[in-house]
Structures are given as C-alpha cells and as structure tokens.
Write a protein that binds this ligand. Structure first.
Ligand code: BTN
Length: 226
C-alpha cells in the first residue's frame, strides 16, 4: 500500500529509480520518491528518459509481501489508464507496458529488481507520465491531448488512491490483473505487425511468426524496426 506520508520530493535529482535503488535499505516499503526534474532519467532497455519540469516523475519502493515484479508494472499501467480515462483520454497499453494515445507515448514504466545472493530484496517501480512538459515528437502529454494544464501533485494523489484500491483487489485475484492488462493492449494475439503474426503474449516476451520462422522477442521495436 502506498502512503502520502512516505513521499520524498526533490527539485532535481539524477533519477528517482537510481535514488531508491541506492537508498532502499533506509527507506520503508511504500516510499514514493518524486522529482520535478531528472538529469539522468532512465527508460527501459537502457534508453534515456527525458524528464524536464512539468512531468510526473516518480518511483515506488516495495519491500514487503513481495509479488512478482510484473504484478507491480501491470498494476501501475492499469492505474494510469484509469486516471487517463477519468480525463476522457482513452489510452491503451503498447506491449509490454507503455501507455499510448493515438500512436504517441504518454507514459512509461521502468520496474527494477534489487537482489542479493539471488534473492529478491526489493522492487522499484519508476513511472514517467507526460503531463505539462514538452515531449519529443514521438511522445505526447496530458496537456497536449486535453489543452489544459494539470497539477502534478494532484495526479500523484489520484495515482496513490487508485493504486491502493486496485492493489487490494488484484493481490487477491492476480490472474484478473493479467486479463485486464491483455484486454487493454494495442496489439493482441493473432494480430500481424510488419508480416509478423503474434502467436503468444506474456509479460516478458512475445512469440511471433513470419512464414515458417518463429521467434521470441522482448522489444516491439524489433518488429517495427525502431
Ligand atoms: C520507459 O518507457 O522506457 C520507462 C520510462 C520510465 C521513466 C521513469 S521517470 C521516474 C523513474 N526514474 C527514472 O529514471 N525512470 C523512471
């Protein structure tokens, strides 16, 4: 469960995920680290996440009653979709966990595992949501989509409340979380992207087939040629 009382705010930091990873021993489970600006924001697959002022950049630390890492990623994605739905933005999940609206990225999630002697000690979920900030051309923001400016702290508060509600439910029925996640994916099983038919979708990989060639991929860019 997330608590507003466990919120740590920075004006500027390298990366909220890096901060949590470096300090997890001294932080409580459920701690949220927020930054106005990140100087070395990180994305999945070693990419850079541009994090100028006006976006919602935060990380959450989980140390207790740990579920599998994807549980937190999917829960965050479903929470983000629900916030966006309330704002009348019908966003979808681009596999595995990017939030897209009309072909442009609104939000990304970077989940990292902290382990010691092969035992998971903690999980860090980092969320970047474009709100009022400028975005690269392949991205968009809530402000661009709605034409309005939003209060970052208010969106975070709504995230916390919704996340807790979903957490209470889905921790009891995790298979329903996977169903909700699959239901909201842009590309589904049997869809074809650039001649590759999607044969299987899991949180970690896709099995795709082109003619007689079947392959396992862990980045959709391999299909799109990005
Ligand atoms: C992605 O789409 O590749 C994931 C982007 C995750 C960005 C967030 S912003 C807060 C947290 N701190 C980071 O350095 N990254 C995540």
């Amino acid at each position: 469960m997330l608590e507003k009382s466990k919120l740590i705010c920075f004006d500027k930091i390298n990366s909220t995920n890096t901060y949590v990873k470096e300090n997890y021993k001294n932080l409580d489970s459920g701690t949220i680290v927020l930054a106005k600006v990140q100087t070395q924001g990180r994305g999945r697959l070693g990419r850079v996440w541009i994090s100028q002022e006006g976006g919602l950049w935060f990380s959450i630390l989980f140390k207790k009653n740990l579920k599998y890492p994807n549980f937190y990623t999917k829960l965050s994605a479903i929470t983000l979709l629900s916030i966006l739905k309330n704002l009348k933005i019908s966003a979808k999940i681009k596999w595995p966990n990017d939030i897209f609206f009309k072909g442009k990225k609104l939000s990304g999630i970077l989940t990292e595992i902290i382990s010691k002697n092969e035992k998971v000690q903690a999980i860090v979920v980092g969320i970047g949501l474009n709100v009022n900030n400028e975005t690269p051309p392949e991205g968009t923001s809530i402000s661009k989509v709605t034409g309005k400016k939003f209060e970052i702290n208010l969106i975070l508060e709504i995230f916390i409340n919704k996340f807790n509600i979903y957490y209470k439910f889905f921790r009891l029925f995790p298979f329903l979380l996977t169903i909700a996640w699959k239901k909201n994916l842009i590309f589904k099983r049997n869809d074809t992207i650039n001649g590759y038919k999607i044969k299987k979708i899991t949180s970690e990989y896709l099995i795709v087939q082109k003619n007689d060639l079947k392959k396992k991929i862990n980045s959709i860019h391999e299909l799109e040629g990005g």
